[in-house]
Design a protein around this ligand. Structure first.
Ligand code: ZN
Length: 173
């Protein structure tokens, strides 16, 4: 049976993604290197007895301070939370408006062994993006690649095209 031909042919569109790739963290700027190392250091405080995968996240704020987060697991598995969100929610829950976030990084490693690629999950990307939208200023992101290189994204929005945003919600009565 022949495939049907749509009345209105679809248009094939392409999506491109720009990011920088560094051979090693040695080529990062001092501020980027600081965030990169802070994310790795945070993994020491992860609570990951079930997955055995220790994740750390670090945020660099406009005032130069750092905020770290780690994955926090729970015997009731869905009750745990990723490192990116513990960092962001800890910052967002402060009593006074915090300084804006300039950049962030994520790192992960098994309980014993070296660091491995640790990319933000979909839920974290959604949360990260809303923090970027709220502050109206891009947040750069450093991620470790499978090849051992460092990926630098200029803005979190690039990680989640076709995202859900506050504008997608119906107006409140
Ligand atoms: Zn996550």
């Amino acid at each position: 049976m022949a495939a049907s031909t749509p009345d209105a042919p679809a248009t094939l569109r392409h999506l491109s993604l720009r990011y920088h790739e560094f051979d090693s963290p040695d080529h990062l700027s001092p501020a980027e290197r600081q965030v990169w190392e802070a994310a790795r250091a945070a993994t020491a405080h992860s609570y990951a007895p079930y997955s055995g995968f220790h994740v750390g996240a670090a945020l660099l704020l406009e005032d130069g301070s750092l905020v770290q987060g780690t994955n926090q697991e729970n015997a009731a598995y869905p009750s745990g939370l990723c490192a990116e969100r513990t960092a962001l929610f800890g910052l967002g829950g402060r009593p006074s408006p915090p300084p804006r976030i300039v950049g962030m990084s994520v790192a992960g490693r098994p309980a014993t062994g070296d660091f491995t690629p640790a990319l933000p999950c979909g839920a974290c990307r959604q949360v990260m993006l809303e923090y970027e939208m709220r502050q109206g200023q891009p947040i750069w992101l450093l991620l470790p690649s499978v090849d051992g290189t460092v990926l630098r994204f200029e803005r979190l929005a690039d990680l989640l095209p076709f995202h859900f945003s506050p504008g997608d919600l119906p107006p409140r009565l």
